[in-house]
Design a protein around this ligand. Sequence first.
Ligand code: SF4
Ligand code: SF4
Length: 427
Amino acid sequence: MIDLTDRLIQPTPFRAANGNLKWHAPRRILQTLCGALLVVLPLTNGLRLDLRRDEFYFAWHKMAAHDLFLLFWVSMLGVALFSAVSFLYGRLWCGWICPQTLASDFADSLKKRLDKAFRARPGEKSAEAARIVWVLSLLAMSLGTGVVLACYWLSPAVVGAATLAPWRDVPAGLTVYLIAGVIAADMLWVRRKFCHRACPYGPLISTMTDTNSLAVRFLTERADECISCHKCEVDCPMEIDIKSGVGQHGCIGCGECVDSCNDVLGRRGIAGLIEYRYGTEPERVTKTLTTTERWGLWDARRVAIAATVPISLGVVLFLIYGTLPLSASLTANGAIVRTGAEVRNTYTLTVGNGSPNVTRFDLSALGLPTGRVEPGFVTLAGHTNRTLPVTLISTRPNPGRTPVFLRLKAPHTGKDIATIFYAPPRK
Ligand code: SF4
Ligand code: SF4
Protein backbone atom coordinates (compact mmCIF):
# COMPACT_ATOMS: atom_id res chain seq x y z
CA MET A 1 0.00 0.00 0.00
CA ILE A 2 1.26 3.49 -0.84
CA ASP A 3 0.51 5.41 2.36
CA LEU A 4 0.09 9.15 1.77
CA THR A 5 -1.55 10.13 5.08
CA ASP A 6 1.34 12.48 5.87
CA ARG A 7 0.60 14.38 2.62
CA LEU A 8 -3.17 14.80 2.80
CA ILE A 9 -4.40 18.15 1.52
CA GLN A 10 -7.70 19.96 1.11
CA PRO A 11 -9.03 18.63 -2.23
CA THR A 12 -9.45 21.15 -5.09
CA PRO A 13 -10.81 20.77 -8.65
CA PHE A 14 -7.20 20.09 -9.71
CA ARG A 15 -5.87 17.95 -6.78
CA ALA A 16 -7.32 15.02 -4.84
CA ALA A 17 -6.84 14.78 -1.07
CA ASN A 18 -3.77 12.57 -1.58
CA GLY A 19 -2.17 15.33 -3.68
CA ASN A 20 -2.58 13.48 -7.01
CA LEU A 21 -3.61 15.48 -10.07
CA LYS A 22 -7.28 15.42 -11.03
CA TRP A 23 -8.09 15.32 -14.75
CA HIS A 24 -11.74 16.37 -14.96
CA ALA A 25 -11.18 20.16 -14.79
CA PRO A 26 -8.19 20.25 -17.19
CA ARG A 27 -10.14 18.04 -19.62
CA ARG A 28 -13.14 20.36 -19.50
CA ILE A 29 -10.88 23.38 -20.07
CA LEU A 30 -9.24 21.73 -23.10
CA GLN A 31 -12.62 20.64 -24.48
CA THR A 32 -13.93 24.20 -24.11
CA LEU A 33 -10.89 25.60 -25.92
CA CYS A 34 -11.25 23.03 -28.73
CA GLY A 35 -14.97 23.80 -29.03
CA ALA A 36 -14.22 27.53 -29.21
CA LEU A 37 -11.55 26.91 -31.86
CA LEU A 38 -14.01 24.81 -33.88
CA VAL A 39 -16.37 27.80 -33.95
CA VAL A 40 -13.82 30.59 -34.39
CA LEU A 41 -11.79 29.02 -37.24
CA PRO A 42 -14.43 29.03 -40.00
CA LEU A 43 -16.08 32.27 -38.88
CA THR A 44 -12.82 34.24 -38.96
CA ASN A 45 -11.44 32.71 -42.18
CA GLY A 46 -8.96 30.60 -40.18
CA LEU A 47 -9.89 27.39 -42.00
CA ARG A 48 -12.27 26.90 -44.92
CA LEU A 49 -12.33 25.05 -48.20
CA ASP A 50 -14.85 27.03 -50.24
CA LEU A 51 -15.12 25.18 -53.54
CA ARG A 52 -17.93 27.45 -54.73
CA ARG A 53 -15.59 30.47 -54.69
CA ASP A 54 -12.41 28.50 -55.34
CA GLU A 55 -10.97 29.73 -52.03
CA PHE A 56 -8.96 27.89 -49.41
CA TYR A 57 -8.34 29.63 -46.10
CA PHE A 58 -5.64 28.26 -43.84
CA ALA A 59 -4.19 30.10 -40.85
CA TRP A 60 -6.07 33.24 -41.93
CA HIS A 61 -4.48 33.29 -45.40
CA LYS A 62 -6.56 33.16 -48.53
CA MET A 63 -5.41 30.81 -51.24
CA ALA A 64 -6.88 29.02 -54.25
CA ALA A 65 -8.93 25.92 -53.54
CA HIS A 66 -7.46 24.25 -56.63
CA ASP A 67 -3.93 24.52 -55.19
CA LEU A 68 -3.85 20.75 -54.69
CA PHE A 69 -0.19 20.73 -53.68
CA LEU A 70 -0.93 22.92 -50.68
CA LEU A 71 -4.11 21.00 -49.86
CA PHE A 72 -2.11 17.77 -49.96
CA TRP A 73 0.41 19.06 -47.44
CA VAL A 74 -2.26 20.49 -45.14
CA SER A 75 -3.89 17.03 -45.22
CA MET A 76 -0.51 15.44 -44.51
CA LEU A 77 -0.11 17.75 -41.51
CA GLY A 78 -3.50 16.55 -40.22
CA VAL A 79 -2.55 12.90 -40.74
CA ALA A 80 0.85 13.41 -39.05
CA LEU A 81 -0.74 15.13 -36.06
CA PHE A 82 -3.39 12.46 -35.72
CA SER A 83 -0.88 9.58 -36.03
CA ALA A 84 1.59 11.09 -33.57
CA VAL A 85 -1.07 11.84 -30.94
CA SER A 86 -2.49 8.33 -31.34
CA PHE A 87 0.85 6.53 -31.18
CA LEU A 88 2.22 8.46 -28.24
CA TYR A 89 -0.91 9.13 -26.22
CA GLY A 90 -3.28 6.30 -27.21
CA ARG A 91 -6.95 7.23 -26.88
CA LEU A 92 -6.39 10.60 -25.27
CA TRP A 93 -7.66 12.07 -28.53
CA CYS A 94 -11.07 10.41 -27.91
CA GLY A 95 -11.58 11.60 -24.37
CA TRP A 96 -9.92 15.00 -24.49
CA ILE A 97 -10.30 16.46 -28.00
CA CYS A 98 -12.80 14.52 -30.15
CA PRO A 99 -15.88 16.64 -31.05
CA GLN A 100 -18.11 13.56 -30.65
CA THR A 101 -17.08 13.22 -26.99
CA LEU A 102 -17.50 16.97 -26.59
CA ALA A 103 -21.09 16.74 -27.92
CA SER A 104 -21.90 13.71 -25.75
CA ASP A 105 -20.39 15.29 -22.62
CA PHE A 106 -22.31 18.51 -23.28
CA ALA A 107 -25.64 16.69 -23.74
CA ASP A 108 -25.12 14.53 -20.62
CA SER A 109 -23.92 17.38 -18.45
CA LEU A 110 -26.81 19.66 -19.57
CA LYS A 111 -29.28 16.89 -18.71
CA LYS A 112 -27.81 16.51 -15.24
CA ARG A 113 -27.89 20.28 -14.60
CA LEU A 114 -31.48 20.64 -15.84
CA ASP A 115 -32.65 17.66 -13.76
CA LYS A 116 -31.06 19.32 -10.77
CA ALA A 117 -32.50 22.76 -11.55
CA PHE A 118 -36.02 21.37 -12.09
CA ARG A 119 -35.62 18.95 -9.15
CA ALA A 120 -36.74 16.31 -11.62
CA ARG A 121 -38.03 12.99 -10.33
CA PRO A 122 -38.84 10.09 -12.70
CA GLY A 123 -42.51 10.05 -13.73
CA GLU A 124 -43.23 13.56 -12.43
CA LYS A 125 -44.05 16.69 -14.43
CA SER A 126 -40.76 18.28 -13.34
CA ALA A 127 -38.87 15.49 -15.18
CA GLU A 128 -41.00 16.08 -18.29
CA ALA A 129 -40.34 19.85 -18.14
CA ALA A 130 -36.59 19.28 -17.72
CA ARG A 131 -36.61 16.94 -20.71
CA ILE A 132 -38.50 19.43 -22.91
CA VAL A 133 -36.01 22.20 -22.07
CA TRP A 134 -33.15 19.75 -22.71
CA VAL A 135 -34.51 18.76 -26.14
CA LEU A 136 -35.17 22.38 -27.17
CA SER A 137 -31.69 23.46 -26.00
CA LEU A 138 -30.05 20.66 -27.96
CA LEU A 139 -32.08 21.48 -31.09
CA ALA A 140 -30.94 25.12 -30.89
CA MET A 141 -27.38 23.99 -30.23
CA SER A 142 -27.54 21.62 -33.24
CA LEU A 143 -28.72 24.39 -35.57
CA GLY A 144 -25.90 26.64 -34.33
CA THR A 145 -23.39 23.85 -34.87
CA GLY A 146 -24.82 23.14 -38.33
CA VAL A 147 -24.30 26.79 -39.26
CA VAL A 148 -20.72 26.77 -37.95
CA LEU A 149 -19.76 23.48 -39.65
CA ALA A 150 -21.27 24.63 -42.97
CA CYS A 151 -18.92 27.62 -42.76
CA TYR A 152 -16.02 25.19 -43.27
CA TRP A 153 -17.31 24.78 -46.86
CA LEU A 154 -19.17 27.99 -47.61
CA SER A 155 -18.67 31.64 -46.68
CA PRO A 156 -20.45 32.81 -43.48
CA ALA A 157 -22.51 35.29 -45.54
CA VAL A 158 -23.79 32.50 -47.81
CA VAL A 159 -24.47 30.21 -44.84
CA GLY A 160 -26.30 32.97 -42.94
CA ALA A 161 -28.55 33.77 -45.91
CA ALA A 162 -29.20 30.08 -46.63
CA THR A 163 -30.12 29.44 -42.98
CA LEU A 164 -32.72 32.23 -43.00
CA ALA A 165 -34.07 31.46 -46.51
CA PRO A 166 -33.01 27.94 -47.55
CA TRP A 167 -35.34 27.98 -50.59
CA ARG A 168 -33.23 30.75 -52.15
CA ASP A 169 -30.04 28.65 -52.09
CA VAL A 170 -31.13 25.06 -51.82
CA PRO A 171 -27.66 23.35 -51.80
CA ALA A 172 -26.37 25.66 -49.05
CA GLY A 173 -29.64 25.44 -47.08
CA LEU A 174 -29.61 21.64 -47.34
CA THR A 175 -26.00 21.59 -46.12
CA VAL A 176 -26.87 23.61 -42.99
CA TYR A 177 -30.06 21.76 -42.09
CA LEU A 178 -28.71 18.27 -42.88
CA ILE A 179 -25.67 18.84 -40.66
CA ALA A 180 -27.94 20.26 -37.94
CA GLY A 181 -30.24 17.23 -38.23
CA VAL A 182 -27.37 14.76 -37.93
CA ILE A 183 -26.01 16.60 -34.89
CA ALA A 184 -29.43 16.76 -33.24
CA ALA A 185 -29.90 13.01 -33.73
CA ASP A 186 -26.41 12.42 -32.37
CA MET A 187 -26.88 14.50 -29.22
CA LEU A 188 -30.46 13.36 -28.51
CA TRP A 189 -30.15 9.63 -29.17
CA VAL A 190 -26.74 8.38 -30.34
CA ARG A 191 -24.04 9.96 -28.14
CA ARG A 192 -21.71 7.27 -26.69
CA LYS A 193 -23.24 4.52 -28.85
CA PHE A 194 -21.32 5.97 -31.78
CA CYS A 195 -17.99 5.51 -29.94
CA HIS A 196 -18.93 1.97 -28.89
CA ARG A 197 -20.31 0.74 -32.20
CA ALA A 198 -19.58 2.93 -35.18
CA CYS A 199 -16.42 4.99 -34.71
CA PRO A 200 -13.64 3.65 -36.99
CA TYR A 201 -10.99 5.14 -34.71
CA GLY A 202 -11.53 2.43 -32.06
CA PRO A 203 -10.38 -0.51 -34.25
CA LEU A 204 -7.78 1.72 -35.95
CA ILE A 205 -6.13 2.74 -32.70
CA SER A 206 -5.09 -0.85 -31.94
CA THR A 207 -2.87 -0.74 -35.05
CA MET A 208 -1.45 2.66 -34.07
CA THR A 209 -0.41 1.95 -30.48
CA ASP A 210 1.86 -0.44 -28.68
CA THR A 211 2.36 -1.40 -25.05
CA ASN A 212 4.33 1.78 -24.35
CA SER A 213 1.58 4.12 -25.54
CA LEU A 214 -0.12 6.12 -22.83
CA ALA A 215 -3.28 4.49 -21.46
CA VAL A 216 -5.50 4.54 -18.42
CA ARG A 217 -4.55 1.45 -16.40
CA PHE A 218 -5.75 -0.25 -13.27
CA LEU A 219 -2.64 -1.11 -11.26
CA THR A 220 -3.07 -4.87 -11.03
CA GLU A 221 -0.01 -5.19 -8.77
CA ARG A 222 -2.01 -3.33 -6.10
CA ALA A 223 -5.39 -4.94 -6.84
CA ASP A 224 -5.71 -6.19 -3.25
CA GLU A 225 -6.06 -2.53 -2.09
CA CYS A 226 -9.30 -2.05 -4.05
CA ILE A 227 -12.23 -1.60 -1.65
CA SER A 228 -14.78 -2.51 -4.36
CA CYS A 229 -16.65 0.76 -4.04
CA HIS A 230 -17.37 0.65 -7.81
CA LYS A 231 -17.14 4.45 -8.04
CA CYS A 232 -14.77 4.12 -11.00
CA GLU A 233 -17.44 2.14 -12.89
CA VAL A 234 -20.33 4.41 -11.89
CA ASP A 235 -18.47 7.56 -12.98
CA CYS A 236 -17.26 6.10 -16.28
CA PRO A 237 -19.19 7.84 -19.11
CA MET A 238 -18.65 4.76 -21.28
CA GLU A 239 -20.02 2.38 -18.64
CA ILE A 240 -16.99 0.14 -18.60
CA ASP A 241 -14.95 -1.37 -15.78
CA ILE A 242 -11.31 -0.40 -16.16
CA LYS A 243 -10.39 -3.10 -13.62
CA SER A 244 -11.18 -5.68 -16.32
CA GLY A 245 -8.10 -4.69 -18.30
CA VAL A 246 -6.25 -1.97 -20.17
CA GLY A 247 -7.12 -0.89 -23.73
CA GLN A 248 -10.77 -1.94 -23.66
CA HIS A 249 -12.59 -1.05 -26.88
CA GLY A 250 -14.95 1.43 -25.20
CA CYS A 251 -12.36 3.26 -23.08
CA ILE A 252 -11.87 6.82 -24.35
CA GLY A 253 -9.02 7.66 -21.96
CA CYS A 254 -10.99 10.45 -20.30
CA GLY A 255 -9.48 9.84 -16.86
CA GLU A 256 -12.78 10.15 -14.93
CA CYS A 257 -12.06 6.79 -13.26
CA VAL A 258 -8.59 8.03 -12.24
CA ASP A 259 -10.23 10.95 -10.41
CA SER A 260 -12.89 8.69 -8.87
CA CYS A 261 -10.34 6.32 -7.35
CA ASN A 262 -8.15 9.18 -6.14
CA ASP A 263 -11.25 10.77 -4.54
CA VAL A 264 -12.21 7.56 -2.73
CA LEU A 265 -8.79 6.27 -1.68
CA GLY A 266 -7.25 9.75 -1.38
CA ARG A 267 -9.47 10.52 1.58
CA ARG A 268 -8.03 7.41 3.24
CA GLY A 269 -4.49 8.57 2.57
CA ILE A 270 -3.90 5.97 -0.13
CA ALA A 271 -2.68 6.58 -3.70
CA GLY A 272 -5.33 5.83 -6.35
CA LEU A 273 -5.27 2.47 -8.10
CA ILE A 274 -5.94 3.85 -11.59
CA GLU A 275 -3.38 5.92 -13.47
CA TYR A 276 -2.39 7.28 -16.85
CA ARG A 277 0.76 5.26 -17.49
CA TYR A 278 3.11 4.46 -20.36
CA GLY A 279 3.38 0.69 -20.68
CA THR A 280 2.69 -2.06 -18.21
CA GLU A 281 5.93 -1.84 -16.22
CA PRO A 282 5.34 -0.63 -12.64
CA GLU A 283 8.52 1.48 -12.74
CA ARG A 284 6.97 3.62 -15.49
CA VAL A 285 5.24 5.73 -12.90
CA THR A 286 4.86 9.22 -14.27
CA LYS A 287 6.79 10.80 -11.41
CA THR A 288 9.98 8.87 -12.27
CA LEU A 289 10.05 9.80 -15.97
CA THR A 290 12.51 12.13 -17.65
CA THR A 291 11.05 15.14 -19.44
CA THR A 292 11.32 13.55 -22.92
CA GLU A 293 9.76 10.32 -21.64
CA ARG A 294 7.00 12.31 -20.00
CA TRP A 295 6.09 13.59 -23.48
CA GLY A 296 5.96 9.99 -24.72
CA LEU A 297 9.28 9.99 -26.61
CA TRP A 298 10.49 6.59 -25.47
CA ASP A 299 12.39 5.38 -28.50
CA ALA A 300 13.54 6.26 -32.03
CA ARG A 301 10.24 5.12 -33.57
CA ARG A 302 8.27 7.55 -31.41
CA VAL A 303 10.70 10.38 -32.12
CA ALA A 304 10.43 9.68 -35.88
CA ILE A 305 6.61 9.68 -35.82
CA ALA A 306 6.53 12.86 -33.71
CA ALA A 307 9.03 14.49 -36.12
CA THR A 308 6.56 14.17 -39.02
CA VAL A 309 4.47 16.94 -37.38
CA PRO A 310 7.07 19.77 -37.48
CA ILE A 311 8.25 18.55 -40.92
CA SER A 312 4.73 18.73 -42.41
CA LEU A 313 4.13 22.04 -40.65
CA GLY A 314 7.40 23.39 -42.09
CA VAL A 315 6.37 22.40 -45.63
CA VAL A 316 2.94 24.03 -45.21
CA LEU A 317 4.47 27.24 -43.84
CA PHE A 318 7.00 27.30 -46.66
CA LEU A 319 4.23 26.88 -49.23
CA ILE A 320 2.32 29.76 -47.66
CA TYR A 321 5.13 32.17 -46.86
CA GLY A 322 8.26 30.93 -48.60
CA THR A 323 7.44 30.69 -52.27
CA LEU A 324 8.50 33.36 -54.72
CA PRO A 325 5.86 36.09 -54.71
CA LEU A 326 5.69 36.39 -58.49
CA SER A 327 6.49 34.28 -61.52
CA ALA A 328 5.73 35.39 -65.05
CA SER A 329 6.55 34.53 -68.65
CA LEU A 330 5.62 36.10 -71.97
CA THR A 331 5.47 34.58 -75.46
CA ALA A 332 4.74 36.43 -78.66
CA ASN A 333 1.81 34.82 -80.43
CA GLY A 334 2.51 36.49 -83.76
CA ALA A 335 -0.53 38.77 -83.87
CA ILE A 336 0.72 42.12 -85.20
CA VAL A 337 -1.77 44.69 -86.43
CA ARG A 338 -1.22 48.19 -87.80
CA THR A 339 -4.15 50.57 -87.96
CA GLY A 340 -2.96 53.87 -89.32
CA ALA A 341 -0.23 55.08 -86.97
CA GLU A 342 -1.14 52.62 -84.22
CA VAL A 343 0.60 49.25 -84.00
CA ARG A 344 -0.57 46.39 -81.78
CA ASN A 345 1.48 43.30 -80.83
CA THR A 346 -0.31 40.57 -78.91
CA TYR A 347 1.43 38.12 -76.54
CA THR A 348 0.46 35.36 -74.17
CA LEU A 349 1.25 36.19 -70.55
CA THR A 350 1.42 33.53 -67.84
CA VAL A 351 1.57 34.98 -64.36
CA GLY A 352 1.73 33.14 -61.02
CA ASN A 353 0.91 34.77 -57.69
CA GLY A 354 3.12 32.97 -55.12
CA SER A 355 1.89 35.02 -52.19
CA PRO A 356 -1.07 33.85 -50.09
CA ASN A 357 -3.01 37.08 -50.67
CA VAL A 358 -5.13 38.40 -53.51
CA THR A 359 -2.77 40.64 -55.51
CA ARG A 360 -3.29 43.18 -58.28
CA PHE A 361 -0.42 43.38 -60.80
CA ASP A 362 -0.32 46.62 -62.84
CA LEU A 363 0.98 46.16 -66.40
CA SER A 364 2.99 48.77 -68.30
CA ALA A 365 5.37 48.87 -71.28
CA LEU A 366 8.97 50.13 -70.90
CA GLY A 367 10.99 51.29 -73.88
CA LEU A 368 7.98 51.64 -76.17
CA PRO A 369 7.31 55.16 -77.49
CA THR A 370 3.75 56.26 -76.46
CA GLY A 371 3.28 52.68 -75.37
CA ARG A 372 0.45 51.22 -73.33
CA VAL A 373 -0.79 47.76 -72.39
CA GLU A 374 -4.21 46.15 -72.59
CA PRO A 375 -5.39 45.03 -70.09
CA GLY A 376 -3.80 47.54 -67.70
CA PHE A 377 -3.79 45.12 -64.77
CA VAL A 378 -4.45 41.54 -63.75
CA THR A 379 -5.72 40.42 -60.34
CA LEU A 380 -4.95 36.95 -58.97
CA ALA A 381 -6.06 35.10 -55.83
CA GLY A 382 -3.28 33.81 -53.57
CA HIS A 383 -1.26 30.89 -54.97
CA THR A 384 -2.93 30.97 -58.37
CA ASN A 385 -1.69 31.07 -61.95
CA ARG A 386 -3.37 32.60 -64.95
CA THR A 387 -2.67 32.70 -68.67
CA LEU A 388 -4.12 35.60 -70.65
CA PRO A 389 -3.53 37.57 -73.88
CA VAL A 390 -1.94 41.01 -73.45
CA THR A 391 -1.46 43.61 -76.15
CA LEU A 392 1.31 46.19 -76.34
CA ILE A 393 0.16 49.26 -78.25
CA SER A 394 2.15 52.14 -79.64
CA THR A 395 0.91 55.08 -81.67
CA ARG A 396 4.42 56.20 -82.66
CA PRO A 397 6.58 53.06 -82.83
CA ASN A 398 10.07 52.92 -84.23
CA PRO A 399 9.88 50.92 -87.43
CA GLY A 400 11.17 47.34 -87.25
CA ARG A 401 12.09 45.41 -84.11
CA THR A 402 12.33 47.28 -80.81
CA PRO A 403 13.52 45.57 -77.57
CA VAL A 404 10.97 46.47 -74.86
CA PHE A 405 9.92 45.28 -71.40
CA LEU A 406 6.52 44.33 -70.05
CA ARG A 407 6.50 45.47 -66.41
CA LEU A 408 4.34 43.74 -63.78
CA LYS A 409 4.13 45.78 -60.58
CA ALA A 410 2.45 44.94 -57.29
CA PRO A 411 2.88 46.70 -53.90
CA HIS A 412 5.72 44.44 -52.71
CA THR A 413 6.95 42.78 -55.84
CA GLY A 414 7.46 43.26 -59.53
CA LYS A 415 9.07 41.89 -62.64
CA ASP A 416 10.21 43.19 -66.04
CA ILE A 417 9.97 40.70 -68.90
CA ALA A 418 12.06 41.36 -71.99
CA THR A 419 10.44 40.94 -75.38
CA ILE A 420 10.45 42.40 -78.90
CA PHE A 421 7.89 44.83 -80.29
CA TYR A 422 7.62 44.71 -84.06
CA ALA A 423 6.24 47.62 -86.09
CA PRO A 424 5.71 46.74 -89.77
CA PRO A 425 6.43 49.54 -92.27
CA ARG A 426 3.54 51.73 -93.34
CA LYS A 427 2.13 50.81 -96.70
S1 SF4 B 1 -12.49 3.52 -18.10
FE1 SF4 B 1 -11.83 5.45 -17.23
S2 SF4 B 1 -10.67 6.45 -18.83
FE2 SF4 B 1 -11.83 4.78 -19.78
S3 SF4 B 1 -13.70 5.76 -20.48
FE3 SF4 B 1 -14.13 4.95 -18.43
S4 SF4 B 1 -13.68 6.64 -17.06
FE4 SF4 B 1 -12.78 7.17 -19.03
S1 SF4 C 1 -12.67 3.47 -7.42
FE1 SF4 C 1 -10.75 2.51 -6.87
S2 SF4 C 1 -11.21 1.48 -4.99
FE2 SF4 C 1 -13.17 1.91 -5.88
S3 SF4 C 1 -13.65 0.11 -7.12
FE3 SF4 C 1 -12.59 1.51 -8.45
S4 SF4 C 1 -10.46 0.85 -8.34
FE4 SF4 C 1 -11.50 -0.03 -6.56
